[in-house]
Every structure is written in C-alpha cells, then in structure tokens.
Write a protein that binds this ligand. Structure first.
Ligand code: UD1
Ligand code: UDP
Length: 382
C-alpha cells in the first residue's frame, strides 16, 4: 500500500483535492492510502468546512491551525507542523496543489527530508514575481519529483526552465518527471455540474432565475490592498450594473470583505451598498458557485480557478489582472485581460456584449486527470 500525504490549506486546494480523494476512494482504495493534512490557512466555515461537507472529502487527519499572518510567520508555522507529521507518518510521497503558502510549506518541509514531492498544477507561470503565488510555484516545481501540468503552456514552461522531456526512471528531485495531464478542476466541474443544479437554490435565493446576471469575484492581494485598484474595480462594476441594468452578484472573499470599507472611498462604498443591481454576499459553497457560473451571462474575476471554471461552462470572462497563467483562455478569445483599469473593464464588457458565439476547445483534459495522476504515482513512486 502506497501512503500519500496530501497538504491542503486554502479554499481552492480543498476543492482540487476532492478530485484525487474521489479517484482514490473509487478506484485505488486497495493500492493508495491517503493521509490529509489541513494547514488551517483558511478556517472560516464558508472557506473550509463547507467543502468537506459538500464534496465528500475525508475529514483531515491533522489540522495545523496555522491561520492567517504575514507570509514568513504563516509559512514557517506550517513548515514546522508538516515536518513533524512527515517524520511520524513516513509517507511514500507528499501531494501539493497549486501555489499558496501551504504549497510552499509542504515543498520545503518534504524536500529537506527527502520525501518525494508531487506537484499538481505544475508549470503555471505569470512571469510576475511580485505575486506571492509565482514565487511559491517556482520554488515548489524545482524541488518536485513528479510534476503534473494541466496545460500545454505549463508543460512548455517547465521545458524552458530546464526540465527534461524524455529522462528515464527512477525519478527523484534531481531527475524529475513532467507530465501534461489535464486539470483536476475540470474533473470536478464535470463531476459536480449536474449535482450543483439539483442540490442548490442560490439562484432562487438571490432572484437570479431566468434573468441575465454577472458573477464577480475579487481577492488578489494587489487588488484588495491597493486603494487605487480596488476603487477602479468597484467603480467599473458599479457602472456596468447601473448603465446596463444588469445584476452583479459578488461572493466576497473575507480578505476583500475586511478591506472594502477601509480602501474604497466613502462615496463609492456607499454607492455600492445602495446600487440595487449589486449583491455582495459571503463566500458561497462550491456547488453554489458552479450554479452561479453555469447560469451567469459573464464572469468578472481575478481568481485563477474562477477564470477556468468560466471557460469550462463556456462563459466569457474579464480578468482583473495584468496577466494570467491561463493564457489559453485569452488565446481562445473567451477571456480578456484588463488589469484594474476602469475603462478597459468597461470596454471588455461592451465588446463581449456584441461578441458572436465563441469556440471553447477542450484544453483541460477528459475529466480523468486525477486517475492519470494516481496511475503515475503508483508507477513511479516507491
Ligand atoms: C490565498 C493564496 C492565494 C489564493 C487564495 C484562495 C497565498 C499567498 N495566497 O490568498 O494564492 O488565491 O488563498 O482563496 O497563499 N481570511 C479570513 N478567513 C479565512 C481565511 C482568510 O478572514 O478563513 C482573511 C484574513 O484576514 C487573512 C486574509 O483573509 O489575513 C488573507 O488570507 P491568506 O490565506 O493569507 O491569503 P488569501 O488572500 O486568502
Ligand atoms: N469558490 C467557491 N466559493 C466562492 C468563490 C470561489 O466555492 O465564493 C471556488 C471556485 O469555484 C473555485 C475556487 O473556489 O473552484 C477558486 O478559489 P479562489 O478564487 O479562492 O482562489 P484561486 O483559484 O484564485 O487561487
């Protein structure tokens, strides 16, 4: 039996991990034993527990309760906790998702004591090291043994950074193996798509049934923490809603919720609260999010995951960043990068309003990325 230790911590990692846990439970329970460690990076009920309940993820075996804090303090406390668990559990490998501080902590703790690192969502690059996530993903990739990239461009990024395509096993962090394998998030969106429609009533709750609406999310630190950017984003959202008489629902990340009154001008803050077309809500569950994505007319976001899910459900997307790791979406024409620039956001909205039907090619695999990953782990990790 192979023992695999999974690190989760932030909302998107809990969701991504659901795909592998489901594959293990359904197809590999006699070959793989999964131990789940929650770093506690996200801890509010609606940022963590709701996903375990809804997506049938096993209860974590450990919770480090690291919580929020400055990058160094938060990451250091996770490293200490993960190292202890690795020494106790002696897993065959550690599985890390994405690019958060929980990912980085797992990569440092495991590689220093030579536990093979499996990185899911490897190779993604924004080429902007001012993003904390860019540092986390580069550092994680370069101590990994098996690297699974969801996209061709991610795979190519790894080749450009010196990873080899045809190296032979045994694979180690000095001789790593890279794969282009599809996206576990796509696995989840396919799997939960129908269930979301059946099990949620969020559209009814917010009077969004059979009416056009926009779904928006904002949480990137440069958008929330820089008042000029946050004001530009909400000013554009306010104008789009008002001028087009279209509802905009914004499930707000706690980071943004906490900074809204502080970083928006008092005038804009008041306007947003009183605009009848804008509905700000607490974070919603994953199934509710899928229901919103599937039924929206358009998505406005700075989230990595939400950009992709917009594509999975064939929605156009306005990206509130200066670049994206998911370049395929922009190349297909279904997503536009606008940064925190009010006039570019307004223009992207009006351009998409007159865009004819777009093509959404299959770029993210066949919905079985998790099974591919399990097979590769069983083949190459001893
Ligand atoms: C983190 C990730 C980011 C990811 C995002 C997903 C890093 C560096 N960033 O950003 O890549 O896109 O998660 O959502 O790892 N907070 C709460 N309750 C919670 C969690 C957070 O109130 O349950 C608030 C706290 O004020 C905290 C702030 O949100 O200080 C930021 O949380 P943190 O985990 O540090 O980073 P995120 O912005 O969530
Ligand atoms: N998500 C959710 N509820 C919300 C907002 C997002 O379930 O209120 C899900 C979303 O569907 C996606 C993931 O969280 O699967 C994206 O996480 P987030 O935007 O926090 O982080 P990122 O992907 O940018 O790292």
């Amino acid at each position: 039996m192979l023992k695999l230790l999974t690190i989760i911590g932030a909302r998107p990692q809990i969701i991504k991990a659901a795909a592998l846990s489901r594959a293990i439970k359904n197809n590999y329970s006699d070959k793989i034993h999964e131990v789940i460690v929650h770093t506690g990076q996200h801890y509010d009920e609606n940022m963590s527990q709701v996903f375990f309940d809804e997506l049938d993820i096993p209860h974590p075996d450990y919770n480090l309760n690291s919580g929020s804090g400055a990058h160094g303090k938060q990451t250091a406390s996770m490293i200490v906790g993960i190292e202890d668990i690795l020494i106790k559990e002696k897993p065959n490998c550690i599985v890390l998702y994405g690019d958060t501080n929980s990912t980085l902590a797992g990569a440092i703790a495991a590689s220093k004591i030579q536990v093979p690192v499996i990185h899911i969502e490897a190779g993604l690059r924004s080429f902007n090291k001012a993003m904390p996530e860019e540092i986390n993903r580069i550092m994680c990739d370069h101590v990994s043994t098996l690297l699974f990239s969801p996209t061709k461009s991610g795979y190519d990024n790894l080749l450009k950074e010196g990873f080899k395509e045809n190296n032979l096993p045994p694979y180690t962090f000095d001789n790593p193996k890279i794969f282009h394998c599809g996206d576990v998030m796509y696995d989840n969106s396919l799997y939960f798509s129908k269930i979301a429609e059946q099990k949620t009533n969020i559209l009814k709750e917010y009077n969004l049934e059979n009416v056009p609406f926009i779904l928006a999310t904002i949480h990137r630190n440069n958008n929330t923490d820089e008042p000029i950017r946050l004001n530009a984003l909400f000013s554009a959202i306010n104008k789009i809603a008002k001028e087009n008489k279209i509802k905009i629902i914004i499930p707000l990340h706690p980071r943004t919720a906490k900074l809204l009154s502080q970083n928006l001008s008092a005038e804009l803050y008041n306007i947003i609260q009183t605009n009848e077309y804008i509905k700000i809500t607490p974070p919603v569950s994953f199934l509710e999010m899928i229901a919103l994505e599937k039924n929206s007319s358009l998505v406005i976001t700075d989230s990595g995951g939400v950009q992709k899910e917009a594509f999975f459900f064939q929605k156009t997307c306005i990206i509130l960043r200066s670049e994206t790791e998911w370049v395929e979406l922009v190349n297909c024409g279904s997503a536009k990068i606008v940064d925190a620039d009010e006039s570019k956001i307004m223009k992207a909205y009006s351009d998409f309003s007159i865009t004819k039907k777009l093509k959404y090619p299959n770029l993210f695999g066949d919905g079985k990325a998790a099974e591919f990953i399990c097979d590769a782990i069983l083949k190459y990790i001893k």
